[in-house]
Design a protein around this ligand. Structure first.
Ligand code: AMP
Ligand code: ZN
Length: 159
């Protein structure tokens, strides 16, 4: 595995990438590094991280983001072939504290899953009834406008 310079010495993942902190690495290239999560949800739980320190998704270069996902998919396939218990895979990325991010160097979790592993997502109260098409279309319009670089609504419509 190649040598990568640390870019934020106060960041544990930057130190791992640079080989200055202990980790069980499984992969490294010019753009990303993958290593075992030290508190695995299931055996084989991996993290894929950009080599360049990037706290959140907004700061992530598109090529690097793409590489994270591709390597995450390759690791998912490797986990299925590894002999570890792996009947399914979750890819998970927490962006921001409200989403559960605790290490502020972006990372993609690759989590082997099996029936009865005890892990899962908790759904909010009221989940399951489904939204109306009208509500879905209203929300879709906001996202679509934001994607185009707008704020989603004209200033006259804002509260
Ligand atoms: P998140 O909640 O998505 O920010 O996840 C951070 C993940 O990083 C957790 O699953 C931690 O167990 C993991 N983690 C934190 N420090 C280390 C470390 N030094 N080596 C490996 N994994 C770590
Ligand atoms: Zn970092």
């Amino acid at each position: 595995m190649g040598r990568v310079m640390t870019n934020d010495p106060s960041c544990i993942f930057c130190r791992i990438i640079a080989g200055q902190a202990e980790a069980s690495k499984v992969y490294q290239d010019d753009l990303v590094t993958a290593f075992m999560d030290r508190r695995p949800l299931t055996p084989g739980h991996l993290l894929v991280v950009p080599n360049e320190h990037t706290a959140n998704l907004a700061g992530l270069d598109e090529t690097i983001a793409g590489r994270m996902f591709v390597v995450g998919c390759q690791l998912a396939q490797a986990l299925r072939r590894s002999g570890l218990r792996c009947e399914g895979i979750n890819l998970f990325l927490a962006d921001g504290p409200a989403a559960g991010q605790t290490v502020f160097h972006s990372h993609l979790h690759v989590i082997p899953r099996f029936i009865g592993d005890g892990f899962g997502l908790r759904f909010p109260p009221g989940y399951g009834s489904g939204a109306s098409r009208e509500d879905l279309d209203t929300v879709a319009a906001k996202v679509e406008a934001a994607l185009r670089g707008n704020r989603g609504e004209s200033s006259e419509q804002e509260e």
